[in-house]
Design a binder for this molecule. Structure first.
Ligand code: BTN
Length: 331
């Protein structure tokens, strides 16, 4: 692994020392730069909102940290086994999914996370744009190299949906719902979206990139006017701002646990957990599959993530893509 950037190295050292002072000499030795250069880095961190105390002859210590997504911040106390061992933080990028694919092709490890303050071309499903203004939300992509067969890869989208739902449910008062195949809703409004991309050959997967966008602190006026579905954010639902850093750490921990469990025992625990957030099982729905409109009772999801529907004649339909909505007045 490359030597961390000076800013990351300083923050890592501060975090490892807790409330203790770190001397200027130690910092300049760590970074391999002069004491003046250290001072400049401290100044830059203060500009980002870090409160750093400086005491002559003792050195520096970190008092408070702002809500940044800098890798050293996310990694402090993260304790995940695979997810986030390597975190790449970008102030601005076109799309974290594109960056993660690029890193995958350069050989980046299983569990590498790319996270950005803003995306200039955030990608949504079906070629749509994902609104990604700076400083308010979470935009991240996780690179995975699971030893599974390509046709099982959609299971990982369900795994990420469960991780996001659990991270949201940790906020008091919030009860997220999953909307098949990969949206997350609060009170019927979209709060998060998932976009998985894969490169594979018949015999195996090169990599899967799980893209996760969560509306954390977006205010009503920040949503694009031409939204396809009604949208919301955690802030709008709870009435208070949510720490992006705490949310991101929580999400990475859930992903890590679920990924380990999945590799050990397979899809079944993920499927069950996903169905726990899916409130349409047993309900009558309509599914708009572009070419045709289906109607039936939801049974659940299959091993490959297909939606299982029982139609009026009692036949089981497997649906691979479509837009599901409950039928008003249906059971
Ligand atoms: C959707 O619901 O349409 C999927 C939205 C996925 C958005 C995330 S944000 C992080 C990652 N990078 C992207 O460009 N897209 C995904």
């Amino acid at each position: 692994m490359d030597r961390p950037a000076p800013r990351e190295a300083i923050l890592q050292l501060f975090h490892s020392r807790g409330r203790e002072f770190v001397s200027g000499a130690e910092l300049s030795a760590l970074l391999g730069v002069s004491r003046t250069a250290v001072w400049k880095q401290i100044g830059a961190l203060r500009e980002l909102g870090y409160a750093i105390e400086a005491v002559p002859s003792r050195g520096y210590r970190l008092l408070t940290t702002p809500d940044t997504l800098i890798a050293a911040e996310l990694q402090a106390g993260l304790e995940t086994r695979v997810i986030g061992r390597e975190i790449v933080f970008l102030t601005s990028t076109d799309s974290t999914n594109l960056r993660a694919v690029e890193l995958a092709e350069q050989g980046a490890a299983d569990g590498t996370v790319v996270i950005a303050e803003e995306q200039t071309q955030g990608k949504g499903r079906l070629g749509r744009r994902w609104a990604s203004p700076p400083g308010v939300n979470l935009y991240l992509s996780v690179l995975l190299r699971p030893p599974i067969l390509p046709w099982d890869a959609p299971q990982l989208t369900f795994l990420s949906a469960v991780a996001v739902a659990r991270a949201i449910a940790a906020e008091p008062g919030l009860q997220p719902e999953v909307k098949w195949p990969n949206d997350l809703l609060l009170g019927g409004r979209k709060v998060a979206g998932l976009l998985s991309e894969m490169r594979s050959e018949t015999e195996g997967i090169h990599h899967v990139v799980l893209g996760v966008g969560v509306n954390l602190n977006m205010t009503a006026g920040q949503f694009p006017a031409e939204l396809r579905y009604p949208a919301t954010s955690l802030r709008l639902e709870t009435g208070h701002p949510v720490s992006r850093r705490d949310f991101a750490r929580r999400l990475l921990r859930h992903l890590d646990r679920l990924y380990a469990e999945y590799l050990e025992t397979g899809f079944e625990p993920v499927r069950r957990a996903w169905e726990g957030f899916f409130h349409l099982a047993g309900r009558e729905v309509e599914v708009d599959c572009q070419q045709r409109l289906l109607r039936g009772t939801v049974i659940g999801i299959a091993e490959d993530g297909a939606l299982l529907l029982r139609d009026a004649a009692g036949h089981c339909e497997r649906i691979l893509a479509g837009d599901v909505r409950p039928v008003k007045g249906g059971e």
